[in-house]
Design a protein around this ligand. Structure first.
Ligand SMILES: Nc1ncnc2c1ncn2[C@@H]1O[C@H](COP(=O)(O)OP(=O)(O)OP(=O)(O)O)[C@@H](O)[C@H]1O
Ligand SMILES: [Mg+2]
Length: 227
């Protein structure tokens, strides 16, 4: 996505308001390719809002944001959609799988939009990614038949199937028991070792302490960034 010297994410003086309320206040930081960032802070401090801005879901903000050397403010609608589809993977606390679709069809979903090869190729790709998260045998199952940890691993497979350059995760272990949480986090660590850049919101200081960058927020501001 970008060369080794320039940041993958560069944020300068980024602010966001809802009416009179300041949600994000003059944030500045950067993230380099291959890093694993934890965003921490009390409930309501703006973590999910920041993630939505970084992941190009929220476009209502002021300031400067470069993603992979693209000036986000200058992108047209179609360029934004293309950047989202091609470069960004998402996982959420509640997995957001589609209950009416099999595991394999859930994983194939992101490839419906954009040019990701033939139907045959897409199915093979989805199977390979499912295998890489250890769930090849669940391809024909429906989400409700899986444990929370397994559902999150399906969601990770779905996020990875388009080979994004960066993965955004909003409290990915927040709804899991500790054993499943550990397994999901280990999978994220493995992906990061293989080169995936990850930005993860978490309330778990134990997990955050294992990330290469910690960004601590409070009241819409950055308290501290440590590497
Ligand atoms: N659509 C919205 N309209 C108005 N205010 C909002 C909206 N979404 C979020 N907020 C406010 O923005 C602030 C930050 O919310 P955000 O969801 O980013 O917090 P958070 O740090 O992710 O919290 P949590 O840890 O509980 O998930 C909160 O004060 C919230 O009430
Ligand atoms: Mg949140």
């Amino acid at each position: 996505m970008s060369d080794i010297t320039s940041p993958l994410i560069e944020v300068r003086q980024l602010s966001k308001h809802f009416g009179q309320q300041i949600i994000l206040h003059e944030l500045s930081f950067e993230l380099f390719q291959g890093e694993f960032m934890a965003i921490e802070g009390p409930s309501g401090c703006g973590k999910s809002t920041l993630l939505s801005v970084l992941g190009l879901l929220d476009l209502e903000w002021q300031g400067h944001y470069q993603l992979s050397q693209l000036h986000v403010k200058n992108l047209h609608k179609r360029q934004l959609a293309a950047a989202r589809n091609r470069h960004i993977g998402w996982i959420f606390q509640n997995f957001n799988l589609i209950g009416e679709l099999t595991v394999l069809d859930n994983v194939m979903l992101p490839m419906r939009y954009g040019s990701f090869g033939s139907a045959r190729f897409q199915q093979e790709k989805a199977k390979t990614v499912l295998e890489s998260v250890g769930l090849a045998d669940k391809a024909a199952s429906y989400p409700h038949a899986l444990s929370g940890g397994q559902q999150q691993r399906v969601a990770i497979a779905r996020a990875l199937v388009t080979s994004p350059g960066i993965l955004f995760a909003d409290e990915p272990t927040g709804n899991l028991d500790s054993a499943s949480a550990a397994m999901v986090f280990q999978l994220l660590q493995q992906l990061n070792r293989e080169g995936m850049t990850i930005v993860m919101v978490t309330h778990d200081g134990q997990l955050a302490s294992q990330c290469s960058v910690r960004l601590k927020m409070q009241d819409g501001q950055i308290l501290q960034t440590t590497r």
